[in-house]
Design a protein around this ligand. Sequence first.
Ligand code: NAD
Length: 470
Amino acid sequence: MSNRHIISVEPATGEAFWEGEIGNVDAAVVTACKAWRHWAAEPLAKRVELMRRFANEVRRQEEALATLISRETGKPLWEARSEVSAVIDQVEISIRAYGERTGQRRLDSALQGTSALRHRPHGVMVVLAPYNSPAHLPNGHIVPALIAGNVVILKPSEKTPAVGEFLVGCFHRAGVPEGVLQLLIGGPEEGQMLVAHADVSGILFTGSAPTGIAINRKLASTPNKIVTLEMGGNNPILVWDTPKIGDVAALIIQSAFTNAGQRCTAASRLIVKSSMYFDLIAELLKLLDRMVIGAPFDQPQPFMGPMIDTRAADLVTESFLYFLSNGGKALAHMRRPFGDLPFVTPGLIDVTGVEDRPDVEIFGPLLQIIRADDFDEAIAEANNTRFGLSASLLGGSPEEYNRFWSNIRAGIINWNRPTNAPSASAPVGGVGLSGNHRPGAYYSADHCAYPVSSSELDQPRASVGVGFEQ
Ligand code: NAD
């Protein structure tokens, strides 16, 4: 980031490949306010039609968008392609969600006329996006907000502005007016200005807990502003009695290391029944030995690319060293295989009995392992966090899953499935430091419109009753 420019750097090569000017917040909000009245007055059918055209435009540009996501984030092309599919799927999911969760309902009654429940848009919504899924995550806010009749200013992450620009371009080419969806290039400073702007009606935020808390604090005196906070996790994955060690190991690898561990739902703590410990670790190490780490366009395709930048890679390796110097036992050391570039090999560290384990999100390929002898002790360990985004139980009986489900504090609770593959056709969100009870994905419709209830008759009809002389 230079004075008035942001430069995007390809993590896999360290080369700058995109440069853009930092946007003007006041000008963007003025444009948005002007566009809103017209957009909100458009019939729903027209807004829906434009979203479908957007999905078609993304289909046409599928490979170009996937390639750009891979370049800018470093994630392998196969993974970027699945992100693009999620962008396309979001449109039909959001149309359905608008109808089911908001939209309009009528309750007729002969005596009281019609009772109607309708929803109205808020106005100018700001989407503040993270870097780890730079197309799918902002899109998950943009599409429901536009369907509901809001206008949107997207501020992509300063680490992935090129994908933000491409995404917004797809909406414009599909016919969404430029004032209705604007791109605002910028970093935290522009984010803060947007949050504080008096003419902004709502903030749709996906990012880290410290940023979410800062935004919440800034909005303390403006309860009229909608704020949705989708934040990070310190997610547990619990392994209990099962003979299927190979499957369990594969699910753990997927949960902890997909996208180099840079998913909000990534497993960061593995809690394993002590009697299964040695077999499971042996299986995990076998898989790590076979794991291909490389640049996003390498053939054969790697499982994992680099982290977003050197700072992120330094932070996660420092966390590994911290555990090591506080009594942790390294089972797989983290290495930096390609010099200064932000590639990091996955780390496995046994932290059983380590007292000083900070309850923070370590956003990278590092898995802490804790042994447990008793199922209740394992559940208590899983809940030993202020976060509450996702949790999985691998193995165990139906009764144990029932206990797990009933006692775990999280917004996503899975059985024999990874922690990190939530479906956009379900609500996605967490409790504690992971969110403010406004889950995204299917429930995004809820915070993009507010309900208005009306009791309606076509003529005034009333007569005075009790308390009046006849
Ligand atoms: P971040 O919090 O650093 O930044 C997110 C966005 O907020 C960026 O656009 C940034 O410029 C902006 N921003 C930063 N400081 C701001 C401030 N003070 N005021 C207003 N805006 C500000 O997050 P990141 O590092 O880009 O993304 C990774 C984080 O996102 C992880 O913590 C991850 O768990 C989380 N995440 C959560 C979900 C979810 O659905 N819960 C999904 C993906 C990522």
